[in-house]
Design a protein around this ligand. Structure first.
Ligand code: HEM
Length: 201
């Protein structure tokens, strides 16, 4: 699925740029694997569904990636009736473009709107305002009856890939490379997303 691919590419890019966040994720995964050792399960098996549910910082990283780089950067709705939108007439059948990119980076809502701060999606550190915008101004999967039915699947898939990746490799920036983002059907980097991987001991 293109959208998940786009999100995963940007998540790995962000982790390579923010080593502290990457280290925190590594520690979260290691903690889960250690607990598994105590139960006599194999440390090399992929994380199970129940273990993925414990990755709260991993979820925060994924959400912050979707906030900064929403794979579906805009979608369109048709007005079901005559209405008003921010003081403008919005006649029935008007097409309204909604852009998660704009809403999710709006300085009037989010603190440090362009900064990578997974903590804003973490129960223990999110401020009241963070929590409010995460509820009211975070729509990477759309909203309403046509909201993405694959959201929960995408989250599980992304957590599994990220956890399995960071437990084996350190993600490092590729000097001189910067993704050039283009919004086609999904958000993509025209020049790819390049990283360096160093195998962990
Ligand atoms: C990070 C990953 C994903 C993102 C950000 C995402 C985002 C979205 C968005 C914003 C929409 C609504 C578009 C609109 O309202 O016009 C949508 C629709 C949809 N998505 Fe996803 N999606 C993701 C992954 C997936 C996956 C993994 C699946 C399937 C397994 C999936 C299946 C669908 C389907 C079938 C629709 C159409 C729903 C409808 O029109 O009723 N998506 N997605």
């Amino acid at each position: 699925m293109h959208a998940t691919q786009s999100a995963l590419a940007m998540a790995t890019y962000l982790l390579s740029q923010f080593p502290d966040a990457q280290q925190r994720l590594v520690q979260e995964v290691a903690g889960i694997l250690e607990a598994r050792g105590a139960k006599g399960e194999s440390p090399s098996d992929p994380l199970s569904f129940d273990e993925l549910r414990q990755l709260s910082y991993g979820v925060a990283i994924f959400n912050e990636t979707l906030r900064l780089y929403p794979p579906v950067s805009f979608f369109i709705r048709e007005a079901a009736q005559d209405s008003e939108l921010v003081d403008r007439r919005c006649p029935m059948l008007s097409l309204v473009t909604i852009s998660p990119w704009v809403v999710q980076r709006h300085g009037g809502q989010w603190a440090d709107p362009h900064g990578f701060r997974p903590e804003r999606f973490l129960g223990e550190t999110a401020s009241a305002a963070d929590r409010q915008w995460a509820k009211d101004a975070f729509l990477p999967f759309g909203l309403g009856p046509r909201k993405c039915p694959g959201a929960a699947f995408a989250l599980q898939e992304a957590l599994l890939v990220l956890a399995e990746l960071v437990r084996r490799y350190e993600l490092l920036p590729d000097p001189g490379h910067q993704p050039e983002l283009v919004a086609r059907l999904t958000l993509r980097s025209a020049n790819g997303v390049r990283l360096r991987l160093r195998e962990r001991p």
